[in-house]
Design a protein around this ligand. Sequence first.
Ligand code: UD1
Ligand code: UDP
Length: 359
Amino acid sequence: MKVVAVIGARPQFIKAAPVSRVLREAGHTEYLVHTGQHYDYGMSQVFFDELGIPQPDVNLEIGSGAHGWQTGQMLIRLEEVLMAQRPDWVLVYGDTNSTLAGALAAVKLRLPTAHVEAGLRSFNREMPEEHNRVLTDHIADLLFCPTQTAVDNLRNEGITAGVHLVGDTMYDAVLQFAAVAPQRSTILARLNLTPKGYLLATVHRPSNTDDPANLRSILAAFAEIEEPVIFPVHPRTRKQIAALGMDADPGPTANPRMIEPVGYLDMLALEQNARLILTDSGGIQKEAYWLGVPCVTLRTETEWVETVAAGWNVVVGADRARILAAVRQAQPPGERPTFYGDGRAAQHIVRILRSHDRG
Ligand code: UD1
Ligand code: UDP
């Protein structure tokens, strides 16, 4: 079986790593296309190095730009690649512009197309990801859902054919790498941190970064927290902090402690040892749950509703007072039910692809 996998942004490298490994171990051919959406070493190559993902067969080097330009450039280039490769399956991951471009290029060529992490919904059309998800789910042939909620969301939109509940490939990755992260990462020593003696924060959603009031409010909340707040800053966010005229490099003792984005093993080590995580990331909300760390979500809604129902995640938005109250009050329950599969989502995906393969 020959698969073309389309990836391009940080979370997609992590989502694809377990599937790539299983495909290759089973003797299938994976042709890996990197759209170039993310390109800094710390946003891209570090994940290939650390997760053992093979070098992409092609990097389209599209880079940053407006949504239409970026998605359009990807569509043009992906069509050429797919026409040349003619795979049995095209695999797309998550909800970025790379996801939509990959799915659209594939279905227009009538190539069988599968969406990993299908069925996620925020029901907020202000989010660019929501368009990408809805459109990709409505055109893909196979929909690999991480949760029962995702299956239900698809059913509510009339999609039942080709839907498979397989679990979350990010969970597969955490199970594989959480054990090695403490050995291979030295970040706690480098930042002079003690386990459970700090909080970890990430912010990159446009609703926070591109809204000056929200960005100021979040940074003000971080600054008021007494424990160190370790803040690996996404490049989008660094730009916007600078645009506000705020100091994006205020020094090693200021709160929040702004650092460059970190690799996956450093991130897992930081997550494992944080007392609490503040984030607007999708992936990090789940990682907090899997690692048993309370999470405060800096958004007005979440796709990962199970983490909230289980009491490990509170959704507070960008309001300074609400963020501070949530940090003070966070008290996770003992129980963490399994919502995200059996840690073998990648195996299930490859088995199902194989069973549908006409080649
Ligand atoms: C994208 C995804 C988002 C995902 C996030 C993961 C879309 C619409 N959004 O958002 O769903 O959660 O990736 O991190 O696909 N930049 C750099 N270096 C890089 C990459 C980006 O400096 O390597 C800067 C550029 O100024 C760029 C900005 O970050 O304009 C935003 O990058 P882009 O890929 O457009 O969107 P993200 O915010 O990263
Ligand atoms: N991540 C990382 N280093 C960082 C920030 C995030 O390795 O500095 C990892 C994180 O552990 C998770 C993934 O990147 O696995 C989440 O990506 P991101 O928050 O960029 O996107 P989202 O999940 O919101 O789409």
